[in-house]
Write a protein that binds this ligand. Structure first.
Ligand code: SF4
Ligand code: SF4
Length: 430
């Protein structure tokens, strides 16, 4: 067993209001520079939707074919063969128009615009070129335009569901998905870098770009299936989320977490067995990746694990952090949080608690299975987003959330708490 510590984040999607407050301090502190204008280390997407960069989930076509299957083959070949192959194949990269640019409104049109069906009729215009555009692009454009959006890859955006059905008013659903680098256990960005500039820190698992070694090949950009590495046109090097390491090293949380209005973000340390990375990442069935990930996480309160971790040189500070870690509980102990697109096989470490929709359904409906079928966001959609299409872990997590809400509600209303609610959801009554 090779024990490692990993910085992790869990985001509770029930609580995200899409306000982008998280993105702003990150932008101001880390990417407010020439060459980095278009970069958002943290962005918030409307789902189902095209995302940032456009169609990033369309692994096979738009982004140049870094498919989950390629990733599996790369692993099987120790990363090397595919790394060389990709240099000569020159993979497609997202172009600048796949990332949104700042826009403004021509407020003069409030007075001068011709009479239209709906007034006032002002169009967004680019802050860079000044041009008005019939269709612009930006964060949450899908809900801003109420479905009248450019749906280049509808099947991907709706994760295999019938897009037309869910664009009908009564069936429409949405959620906000904040995204940052996943600081993967098996980072494809590092595997695809010919210069060895991308590396994963041994002490806390944060993935960084060594600016002195980066030669601007940009294979990390095409290699990252989450499209969370960006090329700085001024410096000629790649950049990415640094998990606010200057802050976390001094005991502070990340800027996105500190500023989050919805308090949806939990930051903490987990312990895991690094010897099981290849096994988890190369599982024959993508549905086996999430359970394998949970299995490789270690209980930081188990004396045997602690003893071994100390022997292997994990610092006392990290061990204490793991013992108090909310992410260890949400990911491993309670299994409430799930990884984003585990089928990409990079073993992501930013996980999500799936949203109830609406929240009240669960608390008012005694039968959890019936309540699940009442959810506005189809369980299938969440399963495709967070569990490689396997509905079982999503159902378990949603039932858990409903049961906890019902239980806490009965406590608040000073009723005798009904512990059978928790048993029904497969909990241990604690
Ligand atoms: Fe690398 Fe992308 Fe994983 Fe971040 S999300 S560690 S950039 S592969
Ligand atoms: Fe969501 Fe929090 Fe970001 Fe607002 S600040 S968009 S609630 S993650």
């Amino acid at each position: 067993m090779k024990i490692k510590a990993q910085m992790t984040m869990v985001l509770n999607l029930d609580k995200c209001i899409g306000c982008h407050t998280c993105s702003i301090p990150c932008k101001n502190v880390w990417t407010s520079r020439a060459g980095a204008e278009y970069m958002w280390f943290n962005n918030v997407e409307t789902k189902p939707g095209i995302g940032y960069p456009k169609n990033w989930e369309d692994q096979g076509i738009y982004q140049g074919g870094w498919t989950a299957e390629n990733n599996r083959l790369a692993l099987a070949a120790g990363g090397r063969v595919t790394k060389l192959a990709r240099i000569f194949n020159n993979p497609h990269l997202p172009q600048i128009d796949a990332y949104y640019e700042p826009w403004d409104y021509d407020y003069g049109s409030l007075i001068t615009s011709p009479v239209k069906k709906h007034q006032p009729a002002i169009r967004p215009r680019s802050q860079i070129t000044g041009n008005s555009m019939e269709i612009q692009w930006g964060p949450n454009w899908e809900d801003d335009l109420a479905g009248v959006c450019e749906t280049g890859a509808a099947d991907t955006n709706f994760a295999g569901l019938d897009a037309q059905k869910y664009l009908e008013f009564e069936q429409a659903f949405m959620l906000y998905l904040p995204r940052l680098c996943e600081h993967c256990l098996n980072p494809a960005c590092a595997a695809s870098c010919p210069s060895g500039a991308l590396y994963k820190r041994d002490e806390d698992g944060i993935v960084l770009v060594d600016q002195a070694r980066c030669r601007g090949w940009r294979y990390c950009v095409s290699g990252c299936p989450y499209k969370k590495v960006y090329f700085n046109w001024k410096t000629g090097t790649s950049e990415k989320c640094i998990f606010c390491y200057p802050r976390t090293e001094s005991g502070m949380t990340t800027l996105c977490s500190a500023s989050c209005v919805g308090r949806i973000r939990y930051v903490g340390v987990i312990l895991y067995d690094a010897e099981r990375i290849s096994q988890a990442a190369s599982a024959a069935d993508p549905k086996e990746i999430y359970p394998a990930l949970v299995d490789m996480m270690l209980d930081p309160n188990d004396p045997k694990v602690l003893d071994e971790a100390e022997k292997q040189g994990i610092s006392e500070a990290f061990l204490k952090a793991a013992q108090k870690s909310p992410t260890d509980k949400l990911m491993r102990k309670w299994r409430l949080a799930l990884p984003l697109h585990p089928e990409y096989r990079t073993l992501p470490m930013v996980w999500y608690v799936p949203p109830l929709s609406p929240i009240q359904t669960g608390t008012e409906n005694k039968n959890p299975d019936e309540a699940l079928s009442d959810m506005r966001i189809p369980v299938k959609y969440l399963a495709n987003l967070l569990a490689a299409g396997d509905e079982a872990p999503v159902r378990r997590s949603l039932k858990y959330l409903m049961a906890l809400r019902a239980y806490m509600r009965s406590l608040r209303l000073e009723k005798t708490p009904d512990k059978s609610i928790l048993d029904q959801a497969g909990l241990d009554g604690k």
